[in-house]
Design a protein around this ligand. Structure first.
Ligand SMILES: [Fe+2]
Length: 346
């Protein structure tokens, strides 16, 4: 069996392949590692067959949907998953076959209602049901400490004690452990009384994970993250540096329309000399009136260089093929002590 473990800020994902058939599965892929998964699969001569999320993640952005679209292969999750893009809805006791190997599904609710542990040969991918020296939390949507108790003490800990435990999170750089090691030393598993375990889980008082709202929104719906929106826009537009724009202004180039897409008050506080105001929120409404010539050369500016990238992509999709985004925003322009002009539009 070919096995690769990848970490992105403590989130663990796994590429597991069949050495004979070259079929592979990707477990809990994270969106920032997409190119790396594809590179590893290519390096190891693997063809990805399934993308599996052990549960609905609240703390990172799942790459399953984007990879599924890119590779035209199915996303598999437990049938309780709310995500509409799941192709294979799995249930307890079922298996997926890849090459000579089988992924056995154990439904282990508790961390979330749709949590699964996946067994492949001598390895158990425990998602956030069982972590090294900890368990998944139960205070996020669909979490249930009673269910986690049943899943752990009633099922996972009764499996072969020699099974290797591969969790979905590990922040201390430990690769894996075993069921036996966890039974012996995991502090939460020493609390074997049901009521005490549930009370302990209720009293963890953990802070919310960063990006929890966005992670749940995108992982549950298949929608895009803000970073994805920006990455897609960035890939679709050329940029102009601050220095280049400054030197073009200095040389009196008049063919360039400098478009400021911030709000009016920000514009009037100080804008790039010669810039015209067209707030992002009014772009589509005012574009025909304000920019009648689609062949005009436009450089789009905003405060941080992000909204201007989105606005430039919008302009390009509307046919302004010479629209470019300023690489950086007014914040950087100001920091460079480049000239700013206060006041209303001329
Ligand atoms: Fe989780």
């Amino acid at each position: 069996m070919i096995f690769e473990q990848l970490s992105a800020g403590g989130c663990q994902s796994y590429l597991v392949g069949c050495a004979e058939s070259c079929a592979a599965v990707l477990i809990d892929p994270e969106i920032s590692l997409i190119d790396r998964y594809l590179a590893l699969a290519a390096r190891d001569g693997l063809r990805l067959q399934y993308l599996v999320d052990t549960h609905t993640h609240a703390d990172h952005f799942s790459a399953t949907q984007q990879l599924a679209r890119q590779l035209d292969i199915p996303v598999a999750m437990h049938r309780a998953s709310p995500a509409p893009f799941v192709d294979l809805r799995l249930d307890d006791g079922e298996m997926l076959v890849f090459g000579r190997h089988r992924i056995q599904v154990l439904h282990t609710p508790g961390h979330t209602r749709d949590s699964m542990c996946l067994r492949v040969e001598d390895r158990l991918f425990t998602g956030d049901t069982l972590l090294i020296g900890a368990t998944g939390r139960t205070d996020l949507p669909s979490g249930d400490p009673e269910a986690l108790y049943d899943s752990l003490f009633g099922r996972v800990l009764k499996l072969d004690a020699a099974l290797l435990v591969h969790p979905a999170h590990e922040y201390k750089g430990r690769g894996h452990t075993t069921i036996a090691q966890e039974i012996a030393s995991n502090p939460r598993l020493q609390v074997r009384d049901r009521g005490a375990f549930v009370a302990m889980m209720h009293n963890l008082n953990l802070g919310m994970p960063t990006h929890v709202t966005e992670a749940l929104r995108t992982n549950m719906s298949g929608g895009k993250t803000v970073a994805q929106m920006l990455a897609e826009a960035s890939a679709a537009v050329p940029f102009m540096s601050l220095d280049e724009l400054k030197s073009r202004i200095d040389s009196g180039h008049s063919e360039l329309v400098i478009l400021d897409v911030r709000e009016r008050d920000a514009y009037e506080e100080g804008h790039i000399p010669g810039a015209r105001l067209l707030p992002r929120g009014q772009l589509e409404l005012r574009v025909n009136q304000d920019l009648p010539d689609p062949t005009v050369r436009i450089v789009v500016s905003c405060e941080f260089g992000r909204i201007s990238t989105l606005a430039t992509a919008t302009l390009r999709s509307m046919g302004f093929q010479r629209a470019v985004a300023l690489d950086g925003g007014l914040k950087a322009w100001r920091a460079n002590a480049y000239p700013l002009r206060p006041g209303k539009e001329p």
